[in-house]
Design a protein around this ligand. Structure first.
Ligand SMILES: Nc1ncnc2c1ncn2[C@@H]1O[C@H](COP(=O)(O)OP(=O)(O)O)[C@@H](O)[C@H]1O
Ligand SMILES: [Mg+2]
Length: 261
């Protein structure tokens, strides 16, 4: 079976895309799945969060422009079964350069499709930049499913409204008619505030079971882990954040129909 591709996306910065990408990827790997995470953000937070260096020429940037392959840039990480295609500073120029190329929305899909079979991956995750620009649209074109992290704060619903509008356009314009919203992950939940509870209730009311049952708590351990280059399951395996991402990984694997190894 071809490895499913999941885009972790939200046009807003600071909502937990990278934290979710890194920790979901690490937990899926810990649960026995072979995972490839691709860092599509020039900020390279997923790359440094897994303890890897950004390396000139080491990201998707050159392959997107037709120079080399994605496969030759994939790095192992300290987490067994988790591989990473890192980011690099050059990626911030990719939008402008890509815009001048033929078929510029399908560049990532073309590079990624060959990795879905015969490379041993069970699932491929894309950590998207905080915009709905050309790189994110490339991610949407290359993906089967979309996971939207949503911070528990005011106006959360407006954020999803925008992303569902774009999803509709991505389908209707033929960029990717098959793309589905797999789930919304509520992040940075603070159980002490009524606000967090109200936001989760409101988003569930609108999106029902599309919202994952697991809610990610706001914890300092989750915020600290990237500065040690570790996912939470390595940095503090018995913390609330680790437990939450483990359950989320189980939910994701179930929605994807991944076989439990
Ligand atoms: N559940 C959480 N608890 C505490 N801090 C978090 C949590 N999720 C993310 N953060 C912190 O919030 C900031 C933004 O998160 P990040 O995952 O980088 O968002 P994005 O990729 O959407 O920009 C980071 O400093 C991160 O460490
Ligand atoms: Mg990020």
């Amino acid at each position: 079976m071809s490895a499913p591709v999941l885009a972790i996306a939200n046009q807003k910065g600071g909502v937990g895309k990278t934290t979710t990408s890194v920790n979901l990827a690490a937990c899926l790997a810990q649960q026995g799945h072979s995972v490839l995470l691709i860092d599509l953000d020039a900020q390279a937070n997923a790359t440094s969060g897994l303890g890897l260096e950004k390396r000139e020429g080491g990201s998707v940037y050159r392959p997107l422009l037709g120079d080399g392959t994605l496969a030759e840039r994939i790095q192992p990480t300290a987490v067994p079964r988790l591989s990473l295609l890192p980011s690099e500073v050059d990626l911030c120029g990719a939008e402008v350069e890509l815009a001048r190329m033929d078929d510029y929305l399908n560049r990532l899909k073309k590079g990624l499709d060959p990795l879905r079979d015969g490379h041993g991956y069970d699932v491929i995750l894309l950590d998207c930049p905080p915009s709905l620009g050309i790189l994110t649209l490339n991610a949407f074109a290359a993906s089967d499913r979309l996971v939207v992290p949503l911070q528990c704060e005011y106006f959360a619903l407006e954020g999803v409204a925008m992303i569902t509008r774009v999803l509709k356009q991505v389908r209707e314009t033929g960029i990717n008619p098959r793309l589905e919203l797999m789930g919304i992950v509520m992040t940075m939940f603070d159980a002490r505030t009524r606000l967090s509870q109200n936001v989760v209730a409101e988003v569930r009311q609108h999106f029902g079971e599309t919202v994952f049952e697991t809610v990610i708590p706001r914890t300092t351990r989750l915020a600290e882990a990237p500065s040690f280059g570790k996912p939470i399951i390595t940095y503090d395996p018995y913390s609330a954040g680790a437990a939450a991402y483990e359950v989320l990984a189980t939910e994701v694997a179930k929605r994807l129909g991944l076989r439990t190894p």
